[in-house]
Design a protein around this ligand. Structure first.
Ligand SMILES: Cc1ncc(COP(=O)(O)O)c(C=O)c1O
Length: 482
């Protein structure tokens, strides 16, 4: 896969001057691309056979997503195809899941092999892969830095200090982490260790615009009106705070707080980054009151920022006690995980938590393969190089389209967001892009999100932004009433 990206990058670089040179002050601002003004994948153009099929499914499927009228059938790397053979350049990456792209041959091989051996055997018995994956997660975290460890030479790493629990999704990983925080609070307050005694150290602090999942617990930590309001009342003891408001931490986090959960980069909320100073202050405040600090890296973790963990590029005094992950861990095969310090693991006893499917041999073997690939020495530097190219191109757009785009792109690595001046502009761009064969995501109120596979090529980045520029030209004309 690396070869695929490197070759493409070399080809693109030799075919055109470097982007930075092209946009230097000596050169006039580049004109936006207009090659893709005409739609090629119109929603209205689906054949009757497809709309009939979708209508039939709609009668029996609960509609919780507003989906466009086409049916995807296969993918390869960063391209997916619908039943009509139309190709889409996929910059949604399965919502930051398909780190190694679609139909990856290595993933295909281990899925097939393991499916022929053992798919499921429950957590009542050991399997060959869950333990191996836990070892790899702990060792790679220490080697590359995270969870309180500076990057550590491999021959100095000892497999202890951290422990892993496997779940089936991101929501479930967070749900487990919140439960652990509750038990932690009971363990450190009142009658020490007596977890049946009443305790008032039960509050969980989380941040506005964050997203932690849809179960009642994770939803209660997700302070977004549109998600919470229909399901109120939510669980008690949840306290909202504001990302990057250091002053506000003193009042939100108190002796009653057992845990704090935060995304180092809020993904669904609009690609909003927590600052280093904020994370340091958060760590300090959690230590002052004896609360667990939980980082939700379900969207921003596992290589997406160009380091293994989004928090791994910060000093250890900004690191958490508990880390949740999911999305790309098995490249689309469902899995989640909670990585925790031993002090947290020590309070959880046999029978406290469980799952039927979590940690099964199929998904843990695939995740072992994926994590091995993501942490190969050349992989993460490549993500940073791709990020620089995408950011370069996106950074030129605010001055090309001042009516539409609010500011420079936000984010790190391959989790970038382009903020628009109006929500409807961002929504319209998603449709214009889709109707030209480019899949993008929205997030926050008015941001377009770029979370492609981490094996995206330079050529695909060029094509994505060329397509986007054409869409912006169309939208600009619409906004000007031309
Ligand atoms: C930061 C974050 N946390 C939690 C979740 C929920 O994960 P899942 O959909 O796997 O349950 C998501 C999903 O988008 C997420 O982005």
């Amino acid at each position: 896969m690396l070869a695929r990206s490197s070759l493409a990058r070399a080809a693109v670089r030799s075919a055109r001057p470097s982007l930075r040179a092209a946009y230097s002050s000596a050169n006039p601002a580049p004109k936006a691309n207009t090659d893709y003004l005409q739609p090629t994948h119109l929603d209205d153009a689906v054949p009757k056979s497809v709309s009939d099929r979708l209508a039939k499914y709609a009668t029996v499927s609960l509609a919780t997503y507003a989906r466009p009228p086409f049916i995807l059938t296969k993918g390869k790397a960063c391209t997916v195809w619908d039943t009509e053979g139309r190709a889409y350049l996929d910059f949604s990456g399965g919502i930051a899941v398909n780190a190694l792209g679609h139909a990856d041959e290595g993933v295909q091989k281990v899925v097939a092999e393991q499916a022929g051996l053992l798919v499921h055997n429950s957590n009542l018995w050991h399997n060959e892969w869950a333990g191996e994956l836990a070892l790899l997660l702990v060792n790679k975290t220490k080697e590359l830095g995270g969870m309180g460890y500076q990057p550590t030479p491999v021959d100095e790493i000892e497999p202890k200090g951290l422990k892993v629990f496997f779940s089936n999704s991101g929501t479930e990983a967070n749900e487990g982490a919140l439960k652990f925080a509750r038990k932690w609070g009971k363990g450190v307050s009142g009658k020490k260790g007596d977890v049946t005694a009443p305790s008032d150290k039960v509050e969980i602090v989380s941040f506005r615009d964050g997203f932690h999942g849809r179960s009642l617990g994770a939803l209660s930590a997700t302070w977004q009106e549109k998600y919470q309001a229909p399901f109120a009342p939510l669980i008690p003891g949840m306290v909202p705070a504001t990302l990057n408001d250091i002053e506000g931490l003193k009042t939100a986090i108190t002796e009653k707080t057992c845990g704090v959960i935060v995304e180092p980069i809020q993904g669904e909320g609009g690609i909003l980054e927590a600052t280093e100073e904020f994370l340091r202050a958060l760590r300090k405040r959690c230590d002052e009151v004896g609360a667990l600090l939980i980082f939700d890296e379900i969207q921003c973790g596992l290589g997406r920022t160009g380091s293994l963990w989004a928090h791994g590029s910060f000093p250890v005094d900004c690191h958490p006690d508990v880390l949740t992950m999911a999305k790309p861990l098995a490249n689309g095969v469902p899995i989640g995980a909670i990585l925790m310090k031993d002090k947290v693991a020590d309070i959880i006893k046999i029978g406290d938590h469980g799952t039927t499917f979590g940690g099964g041999p199929l998904q843990t073997r695939v995740a072992h393969h994926v994590l091995t690939r993501l942490t190969e020495p050349s992989f993460l530097p490549q993500v940073n190089s791709l990020s620089a190219s995408l950011r370069d191109r996106l950074s030129a757009l605010p001055s090309l389209f001042p009516r539409l785009i609010a500011s420079a792109p936000r984010g790190r690595g391959l989790i970038l967001g382009l903020p628009f001046k109006r929500d409807e502009y961002a929504q319209r761009i998603l449709k214009l892009a889709r109707e030209r064969g480019l899949l993008l995501l929205g997030c926050g109120k008015s941001t377009v999100r770029f979370v492609p596979s981490l094996i995206v090529t330079e050529e695909e980045i060029e094509k994505c932004v060329d397509l986007l520029e054409s869409c912006l030209v169309v939208l600009n004309r619409e906004a000007e009433g031309v």
